[in-house]
Design a protein around this ligand. Structure first.
Ligand code: Q9C
Ligand code: ZN
Length: 322
C-alpha cells in the first residue's frame, strides 16, 4: 500500500478565459477554474490533505520553453485588464488557448505545483513515493514555443526534465488527447521515453501528431510510442492498450514515472468521445502503481464538473492499492 501526497494551490483561478473559438464562433471555455476547484473540494471532503506548493524561479521553465515564448506569455498577460480575454496571434497553434491577466501567474504556479510534487518524490527516493500535482492550466499540448489546447507551459515535461537530472524517466500520457507538446520536447532524446494512449488524431485534436508511426528522431528513435484508439473505445480495449504501453515502459527500465493524467476519456466527458467507466480509472491507477516506480502525477484535462472529483478519487485509490 502506498500513500500519495497531493499538492494544490487555489490561486489558479486568476487564469479565467471566458471563451474559446471554433471557426469564428465563441463558446464557453471548457478549461474553467471550477474544474480544479471542485476536484480539490471533493478530495478534501474525502478526508485528504492538500499541501501548498513551493515557488520556483524561471530556470526550470526556460529549460523547456524559449525565452521569447515565455516573455510573450508574461508581457501579453500583463497588458490585459481584469476579465479581458485575448486570443493571441503569436506562439500559438490553435484558437482554444486565450490569455487573460492572470494567465502567466497561473501557468507559473502550475509549474511550481508540478515541481513541488517532483521534489517530494526526489526527496523520498523510494519505489513507493507518489505525488500528485493538482494543477491548471494543463500542459501537455504546450511545445517549446507554442501554446495550444488550453496549455501554456508544459508542467509534465518540466517535471520530467527535472527528474532526468537524477535518472531515466518515462512519461505515460493517459489524457484523451495526444500530448503533442510533450512528444515534440523529447522526440530526439533517449533519456526520456514518451508513451501516449489517446483518441485517433485523424479525427481529434491535436490532429497534427499522435500517429502510431511516430517513433522518435535521431538518438531518440525507439523512445516515443503512440497508441491512437478509435472514438468510443471502452474499458476492455483501453486496458489491453495500457498493458502494451506498460510493456514499453518496463522495457525502457526507467527510474521515475511521470503520468500526464487527464480524465477526459470518461464516458460522461462533455467534449470527448471515449466510453471509459469510473471504475476503469481505478484499474488504470492500480496497473500503473504495480510497476513499482516512484511516480509524479500531473493533472491534464477532464471537463465534467460533476465527475472530476470522483474520477480523481478512483484514480488515487488505484494508485494507492499496490
Ligand atoms: N469540440 C486538454 O485536454 N478542442 N486539452 C476541443 C471540442 C480543444 C484539450 C474541441 C481540446 C484541448 C489538456
Ligand atoms: Zn485532453
Amino acid at each position: 500500500m502506498r500513500t500519495i501526497q497531493l499538492f494544490y494551490s487555489p490561486n489558479h483561478t486568476v487564469h479565467n478565459p471566458t471563451y474559446e473559438q471554433y471557426d469564428g464562433n465563441k463558446v464557453p471555455y471548457a478549461e474553467s477554474s471550477d474544474r480544479l476547484a471542485v476536484l480539490a473540494a471533493h478530495l478534501r471532503r474525502t478526508g485528504r490533505r492538500l499541501h501548498a506548493p513551493r515557488s520556483y524561479n524561471l530556470d526550470h521553465i526556460l529549460q523547456i520553453h524559449t525565452r521569447p515564448y515565455v516573455d510573450y506569455i508574461r508581457t501579453t498577460s500583463r497588458r490585459l485588464a481584469v476579465n479581458e480575454t485575448l486570443l493571441p496571434s503569436n506562439f500559438i497553434m490553435d484558437t482554444y488557448t486565450p490569455i487573460t491577466q492572470g494567465t502567466y501567474k497561473a501557468a507559473c504556479q502550475a509549474v511550481s505545483t508540478a515541481l513541488t510534487a517532483t521534489d517530494y518524490v526526489l526527496a523520498n527516493h523510494s519505489q513507493q513515493a507518489i505525488a500528485y500535482a493538482l494543477c491548471r492550466p494543463p500542459g501537455h499540448h504546450a511545445a517549446r514555443k507554442h501554446s495550444g489546447g488550453y496549455c501554456y507551459f508544459n508542467n509534465a515535461a518540466i517535471a520530467a526534465q527535472h527528474l532526468a537530472q537524477h535518472g531515466r524517466v518515462a512519461i505515460l500520457d493517459i489524457d484523451y488527447h495526444h500530448g503533442n507538446g510533450t512528444q515534440e520536447l523529447f522526440y530526439e532524446r533517449s533519456d526520456v521515453v514518451y508513451v501516449s494512449i489517446h483518441a485517433d488524431p485523424n479525427v481529434q485534436f491535436p490532429y497534427s501528431s499522435g500517429y502510431a508511426n511516430e517513433f522518435g528522431g535521431e538518438v531518440g528513435v525507439g523512445y516515443n510510442r503512440n497508441y491512437p484508439l478509435p472514438l468510443h473505445s471502452g474499458d476492455a480495449r483501453y486496458m489491453r492498450t495500457l498493458h502494451q504501453a506498460i510493456t514499453d515502459i518496463t522495457d525502457f527500465n526507467p527510474d521515475f514515472l511521470v503520468i500526464s493524467a487527464g480524465f477526459d476519456g470518461h464516458i460522461d466527458d462533455p467534449i470527448c468521445q471515449f466510453n471509459l467507466s469510473t471504475q476503469c480509472y481505478e484499474h488504470i491507477g492500480a496497473v500503473i502503481s504495480s510497476i513499482g516506480l516512484p511516480i509524479v502525477v500531473v493533472q491534464e484535462g477532464g471537463y465534467n464538473l460533476e465527475t472530476l472529483g470522483i474520477l480523481a478519487e478512483a484514480f488515487i485509490t488505484g494508485l494507492e492499492s499496490h
